[in-house]
Design a protein around this ligand. Structure first.
Ligand code: COD
Ligand code: ATP
Length: 202
């Protein structure tokens, strides 16, 4: 019998606003794991000279300029209005999917790769993933972290929370729960354990 070629494991990484997803993604990169960052892709597509600026300006006049999308303005337009948010997603999501395919091609030989997808459960992005890790912390930590951010208000935080699948449901559906309500060292150790397990997975 020929030995089957070890296939690649694709881990989805997600979590609600302020749960520590970016920090955990950074820890995975430090361990040498290629991470596709959906949010960074959105920033690139919406930044200065970004490919989506003409489409966004046509749909949401006055929200783009030489520096790209004015995220405060566009956020204010869409976060309280589900129809507008849907129209924005129809512009953004196909372009992100195309960048993700390119990343897959570029990292075809890595034993483990990570897709950092903030809205994985909200938008049904589980397709093609072998496992999902959810970053999670107590709601009080989440609130404190988010409200400390410049430009954040209680109203905006609550609008965003209402758009997201509840943390408890994400935890229940995940294969791994990464706890960020502890010290950074404890989280880093937990992340290293998961990466070791998945790099060995066949
Ligand atoms: C409206 C925009 C410009 C606001 O940017 P801003 O920098 O103010 O907020 P940021 O992107 O950091 O999002 C803040 C929080 O809202 C959440 N969020 C963003 N978009 C959505 C959405 N479509 N549905 C639910 N939650 C969302 C994020 O996960 C995050 O937790 C931006 O969020 C956007 O373009 N969203 C639509 C594209 C999208 O779905 N992006 C998510 C990653 S693929
Ligand atoms: N154990 C921990 N693990 C991860 N983050 C922690 C921990 N303890 C404290 N923090 C802090 O919590 C914050 C988490 O922010 P981070 O940007 O990683 O969240 P996020 O989930 O990516 O947010 P968003 O979805 O809103 O972009 C950081 O400032 C980080 O230093």
């Amino acid at each position: 019998m020929t030995k089957e070629k070890k296939r690649q494991t694709i881990l989805g990484l997600t979590g609600s606003i302020g749960m520590g997803k970016s920090t955990v993604a950074g820890m995975m990169r430090d361990l040498g794991v290629p991470v596709f960052d959906a949010d960074a892709a959105v920033h690139e597509l919406q930044g200065p000279g970004g490919a989506l600026l003409p489409a966004i300006e046509a749909e949401f006049p006055g929200t783009t300029g030489p520096d790209g999308v004015d995220r405060q303005k566009l956020g204010a337009a869409v976060f309280g209005d589900s129809e507008k948010l849907k129209r924005l997603e129809e512009i953004v999501h196909p372009a992100v999917a195309a960048m993700r395919s390119g990343f897959l091609r570029d990292n075809a030989d890595a034993p483990l790769i990570v897709f950092d997808i903030p809205l994985l459960y909200e938008k049904g992005g589980q397709q093609g993933l072998d496992a999902v890790a959810v970053v999670s912390a107590p709601a009080s930590d989440q609130r404190e972290r988010v409200l400390a951010r410049p430009g954040m208000t209680v109203e905006k935080f609550e609008q965003i929370l209402a758009l997201q699948v509840p943390d408890a449901e994400k935890r229940a559906r995940a294969d791994f729960v990464i706890d960020t309500g502890t010290s950074l060292t404890q989280t880093r150790n937990q992340v290293a354990g998961i990466v070791r397990t998945l790099e060995r997975a066949e």
